[in-house]
Ligand binder design. Structure first.
Ligand code: NAP
Length: 294
């Protein structure tokens, strides 16, 4: 590798994602040390110039910044508790997928041992790592990022979310909630239109137009949620609920699945029963903010 920079990096965990992370650091010119439970997975990286640490303890000692990316937090803890692993003074960034409680608990554990710990989530597939499309979410004390922000930029677009270590995991699942909700709504519409011989490719541009328009409502609706005030500026929830009934009836009439519209209408009906029918759609945040109890 030419173009070497001063910042050495260690990558622990060389599955599909870990290999992509190490590869991106190497392409950006960082001296890269790697370690994996199954040593053979390091071969392609070593052939490209990565240094294989003989032990996981050596891997941590090799660089001021260590990235860990394995299957789950169980694996993270197994590795961090291994003999010879010294965390004091090191910056440890955990890009393993998990939930916010695991992130906070791991942060406490690592900080008690003197590590500068950041938790992260990767919103990308391995081939995108090293391009701007790869979004890397990070949370934890911002001061830990100061020394390593430009190094991490080799991985993609680094987005720092705040000091709470659980934020990266929460944003990760919030993003998935958005993704599946949009896709499920699109599939519902596609199923309806196919009953009239309209194929998915014909419907897709119309669906995309709706998604774009609805996305434009979010900032104003978010202000209503944050202020706790939901005046019906363009439509009242009970108007939406009538349209939901129409969607259910149409789905049943043409023989497509009506489960999803029924679920959404049930939530709207509960909000209306609680007296919110004259307010605007984001008032449903009350339904989303607590488990169903009835
Ligand atoms: P993978 O290809 O299945 O690799 C898993 C890695 O974890 C391997 O290096 C494996 O070591 C290691 N590992 C698992 N349990 C371990 C343990 N108990 N002790 C030591 N090492 C252990 O998975 P991946 O695709 O790289 O995913 C890694 C993480 O990235 C996951 O949390 C995943 O959710 C996240 N992620 C992946 C993608 C993606 O598209 N791949 C996208 C976003 C986020 P061995 O080689 O020895 O088995």
């Amino acid at each position: 590798m030419n173009n070497k920079t001063d910042t050495a990096v260690t990558v622990i965990g060389l599955g599909l994602m870990g290999q992509a992370l190490a590869g991106a650091f190497m392409r950006a010119g960082h001296a890269t040390t790697v370690w994996n439970r199954t040593t053979a997975k390091s071969d392609p990286l070593v052939a490209e110039g990565a240094r294989l640490a003989p032990t996981i303890g050596d891997a941590f000692r090799a660089s001021p910044l260590t990235i860990i990316c394995v299957t789950d937090y169980h694996g993270v803890h197994e590795l961090l508790r291994a003999t010879g692993v010294e965390l004091a003074g090191t910056t440890l960034i955990n890009l393993t997928s998990g939930d916010s409680a695991q992130a906070r608990e791991t942060a406490r554990w690592a900080e008690q041992r003197g590590a500068h710990y950041l938790d992260g989530a990767i919103m990308a597939v391995p081939p995108a790592i090293g391009t701007a499309e790869a979004v890397i979410l990070l949370s934890g004390p911002g001061s830990h990022l100061e020394a390593h922000g430009s190094t991490l930029g080799a991985l993609g677009t680094v987005t720092y979310l705040g000091p709470d270590h659980g934020l990266a995991s929460l944003y990760d699942v919030a993003g998935l909630a958005m993704m599946w909700s949009v896709l499920n709504a699109w599939l519902q519409g596609t199923a309806l239109l196919r009953t009239a011989g309209v194929d998915a490719v014909t419907y897709a541009p119309f669906a995309r137009q709706i998604v774009t328009e609805v996305a434009g409502w979010l900032p104003g609706y978010a202000e209503q949620i944050d202020s706790g005030s939901f005046p019906a500026e363009v439509s009242a929830l009970e108007t939406d609920a009538r349209a939901m009934a129409h969607l259910i009836e149409e789905s049943e009439a043409v023989g497509v699945n009506a489960e999803l519209p029924k679920l959404i209408k049930a939530m709207a009906d509960r909000a209306i029963a609680a007296g919110h029918g004259g307010e605007q759609y984001p008032v449903l945040i009350e339904e989303f903010s607590r488990p169903r109890t009835d």
